[in-house]
Design a protein. Structure first.
Length: 268
């Protein structure tokens, strides 16, 4: 049975401790952990708090930037990814979200080579500690600082090139469902999905993301969930919301609305 998770980016202004407390109180099963918040709180202390709370970690955000976009060298990004894999293993995370990094002045082919090189170096560790890496493609309207992977087809080609059970897809509805035709592909790609990130939208991304509360946008979330359920997907649905519409809503209210909307979508 698919489970509900809230991503810590959704409650951006809360601390890690506040997220854990409020998610638990709202009856949420899972949490998408943001490395920055966890680091600010303290990794060991944070893992202990998660164990005490009973919240399961649906995902850990994030590793990547293998094209040099974060001011780090390729080698430094690879080493950081290995550190993130070990952290994901320590908290028994469902997956580690991975962003390729943008082209950053490289040709598209060279950017691909850099990402493949990084994956070749980190996948053995992911296999050893049983952590799934979830590559996330993004809509071209807001991908510039994060990834050159803006097409689902190219991302799937990358996954198939490695054919590893520890390399999968992070399927974000905000990025991938602006074109409703993706629903027809879900039966085929469902086995490759490590996590589904839920976000709604009233219009396609243009610059900064501006997501809408679930059910208040125009994306076919009900069709997506129904197709994934039919295909046997049983992982987490991780609610990831940000933008002007979200910042105008109180976080307690947002958690309650997200939980109700999710339950309605799953049972429809």
């Amino acid at each position: 049975m698919a489970r509900l998770s809230i991503n810590e980016l959704t409650t951006f202004r809360w601390s890690f401790e506040e997220d854990v407390q409020h998610y638990k109180a709202a009856g949420i099963e899972g949490i998408g952990v943001w490395r920055q918040k966890l680091s600010d709180f303290g990794e060991e202390k944070g893992i202990e708090l998660l164990l005490e709370s009973g919240l399961r970690v649906s995902s850990l955000l994030w590793a990547g930037g293998f094209t040099g976009s974060e001011g780090r060298s390729h080698k430094e990004s690879v080493e950081d990814a290995k550190e993130a894999i070990r952290l994901a293993a320590a908290m028994d995370a469902g997956c580690l979200i991975v962003y390729s990094g943008p082209r950053a002045g490289h040709t598209h082919n060279h950017a691909r080579r850099l990402v493949r090189s990084a994956l070749e170096q980190i996948l053995p560790l992911a296999g050893d500690v049983d952590v799934r890496l979830a590559i996330e493609p993004m809509h071209p309207g807001c991908a510039a600082d994060w990834t050159f992977l803006t097409e689902l087809s190219e991302t799937m080609e990358l996954l198939k090139a490695f054919d590893s059970s520890h390399l999968k897809l992070a399927f974000d509805t905000y990025h991938l469902c602006q074109n409703g035709s993706v629903v027809g592909l879900l039966e085929e790609i469902a086995p490759r999905i490590a996590i589904v990130q839920l976000g709604d939208a009233k219009e396609p991304p243009h610059g900064e993301p501006n997501r809408s509360p679930l059910g208040e946008g125009n994306l076919p979330l009900g069709e997506v969930i129904a197709a994934l359920q039919a295909a046997g997907y049983d992982g987490y649905y991780d609610v990831e919301l940000m933008g002007e519409d979200i910042e105008q809503t109180g976080y307690e209210e947002l958690l309650a609305q997200s939980k109700t909307a999710y339950e309605n979508l799953v049972s429809a």
